[in-house]
Design a protein around this ligand. Sequence first.
Ligand SMILES: Cc1ncc(COP(=O)(O)O)c(C=O)c1O
Length: 452
Amino acid sequence: MSTHHTALVAVGHAGPSLLTRSLPAVVAPDPVPVVSGALVEYAPLDHAASTPALESVVRAVATATRTYSSVHRGTGWLSRVTSAHYEAARDEVARFVGARADDLVVLVRTTTEATNLLARALPPGTPVVVFDTEHHASLLPWPAAATHRLPVPASPEEALGRLGSTLAGLAGGPTPLVVVTGASNVTGELWPVERVVTVARRHGARVLLDAAQLVAHRPVDLTALDVDWVAFSGHKLHAPYGAGALVGRADWLDAAEPHLAGGGASAAVSADGVTWATGAARHEGGSPNVLGAVALAAACAALRTHRAAVEAHEARLGARLLEGLAGIPGVRVHSVFGADHPRVPVAAFTVDGLDSHLVAAALSAEHGIGVRAGKFCAHRLVDALLARDGDGAVTAVRASAGLATTDEHVERLLAAVAALAADGPGVEYVEEPGRGWVPADDPRDLDVPLPW
Ligand SMILES: Cc1ncc(COP(=O)(O)O)c(C=O)c1O
C-alpha cells in the first residue's frame, strides 16, 4: 500500500466505536426480472455511476420536507428552519472534507458543475495542467489555449515527472492550476494526490481534486492534503437529490463573475448597476436546492460515522472482484499503474472476442447484474488502456462495488463473466438501433411503472 493511500485512510478517520462497526443501510430495490422470467435480487455493481440512497438520507429528506420553505427569503418560522437546515448542511459538507475556516462551500448540482464553476473563475491566462486520465468533467471545462494535457502515464513516477517538467516550463507566468482525480472512474485506481500536491506546490501551482469517485470510499481532508479545491457529487455519495459541492479557496471565486446571475447572487441592484454577493451566495444564484443539500449533508454525516465499516466491506469486495476477474481465462482487467496499485472497488475489463456492450447486456438480462459498458466519459483514458492491452476491444465493461454490493453479488458477477468468457451468452441477442444488445426473445414486460 502506498503512503498516499495510507494517509488518505488515516486522515479524518472516525475512531472505532459501536457505530463504525456497522454499515449504513441503503434503500433496497425490489427484485428485478431476468430473461428466464424469474425475479432475482438486483446486483448493484455500478456504484461508480450513481449510488443507491442511504436510508438515513431518505429519512433526513422526509424530515426536512415537513418544514420545507424558502431559504434566506422569508421571515416565517419555516423559512428560518429551512434556512438553518441549508447552512447546517453547508457546515457538515465542510467538516466532511476537512475544509479550512476560510474556505467556501459552494453547493452546486454535480462535479461537472463544480469544475465548470471553477473554470469560469480562473484568473485570466491561468494555465491548467491535467492528465488525459481524467473524467470529461475534469478534462474539458478549461480554456483550450491555456490547457496542458499530459498523456496517460504508466506509473506514478512518470506522472509526477511529467507534471514537474510541465510546471517548470510555466515558471514566471500566472499561477497554474493542476487538476487531479482522487480515484479513477474507469479503473478505481487512487492517484498519488499528496505527491501531486507536493510537486504542484514546489512550482507555486494550485490543485483541484476531483473527488467524485473518492469520497464514498475514503476520507478526504482538504487541510491535511493541502489541496485548494475539492469537487464531488451527492449522487455518487448515496444522496441522489441533485446536490454536489465545490469546496475550497475563496479568492478566485470571490473575484469571479457569479456562476448564475440572479437573485441570491446579487446583494444590491440599482439604476447604476449591481453589487454581487460575496462568499458562496455569489455562485448560488436562484432558490437553493435545500433538500438536495440536506441529503448531501446526511450522507456526509453517515459516511463519516461509518467509515471504518465501509472501508472494510469494500476492501473485501474489491480484492475479490479484482482477483476473481483476473483469474478468468479470456478476461483482461485494465489498469493505469498496474494490477497491484491501490484502488477503490472498481474494475474495468474486457472479455476476449465479445463486445463489452453485449457482456453488460447479458449480465443484466440473464443475471440481474447492473454494470456499465463503454468509455465511461473518459475516452482518452479508455482508448489508451485498450491500445495498451485491449486485444482489439474498443470499449470496456466496468464493475463498481460499494455499500449496496454484497459478497453474493460479486460471486454472481464472477460466475457469469466466467460463463460468458467460456461459452458466450446463454441466450441469443440482437443489436437494435438505439437500444443496443437485447435478448432476441424477451418474455419480460419491459414497460417501467412510473413512480407517480
Ligand atoms: C471522476 C469523476 N469526475 C467527475 C464526474 C462527473 O460527475 P457528475 O456526473 O456528477 O457531474 C464523474 C462521474 O462519473 C467522475 O467519475
